[in-house]
Design a protein around this ligand. Structure first.
Ligand SMILES: Cc1cc2nc3c(=O)[nH]c(=O)nc-3n(C[C@H](O)[C@H](O)[C@H](O)COP(=O)(O)O)c2cc1C
Length: 176
């Protein structure tokens, strides 16, 4: 039984959420956390996939370049992740021909009402549903401030979400 948390992240927030989700999963399964630019992960028993919201949806090459410009501005105090401008969740999903065995989506976005912010997790969910597969749980979005730092309590919420995913998928198998 294996799980993988695949993510894309410009400034580290989505990566930290991915790591917290993996911590939540870890009591019930072997779990790895990987940037999806490395291309693997689809064959895990559970795939949890997440991205930052850019222009209301999944990042594109142009929005990743825009993020890199933000990080170039010393007044923004942002550090670009090593694989930030490589391919991301959008491209990972484009090369997929069959959906993962079990999956769930998450996103990060600014802490304003969802109708104004958009939500990358909805884009992930829509694309995987088009391949004929439903998620094992409703997607979840975690929020950052307008200065791109995680809002207090979001790492704990991510750990708890990971724990609930793990219980849903793996606890019934452990009990058998
Ligand atoms: C080019 C760009 C466009 C963005 N567009 C949106 C948006 O439409 N809605 C939103 O809530 N946040 C938006 N954001 C903020 C990101 O969602 C936020 O930077 C991200 O969640 C932080 O995660 P990361 O550190 O893993 O990249 C945007 C950020 C960038 C760089």
């Amino acid at each position: 039984m294996t799980a993988v948390v695949l993510y894309e992240s410009m400034f580290g927030n989505t990566r930290r959420i991915a790591e917290a989700i993996a911590e939540g999963l870890s009591p019930v399964t072997a779990v790895t956390v990987e940037p999806c630019s490395r291309g693997g992960g689809a064959d895990a028993d559970l795939v949890v996939l997440g991205a930052p919201t850019h222009a209301h949806t999944l990042p594109r090459p142009e929005s990743r370049k825009e993020a890199a410009r933000w990080a170039d501005d010393p007044e923004q105090h942002l550090t670009l992740e090593p694989e930030a401008t490589a391919s991301g969740v959008r491209e990972w999903l484009e090369q997929l021909t069959t959906p993962p065995e079990a999956w769930a989506a998450f996103g990060t976005r600014v802490d304003i009402p969802r109708m104004f912010a958009g939500d990358a997790s909805a884009g992930i969910q829509r694309r995987l549903r088009r391949l004929g597969s439903d998620p094992i749980a409703e997607s979840e979005c975690f929020v950052v401030t307008t200065k791109n730092t995680l809002v207090d309590g979001e790492l704990e919420r991510a750990r708890e979400w990971g724990r609930s995913l793990g219980e849903h998928v793996f606890a019934p198998l452990v009990a058998e």
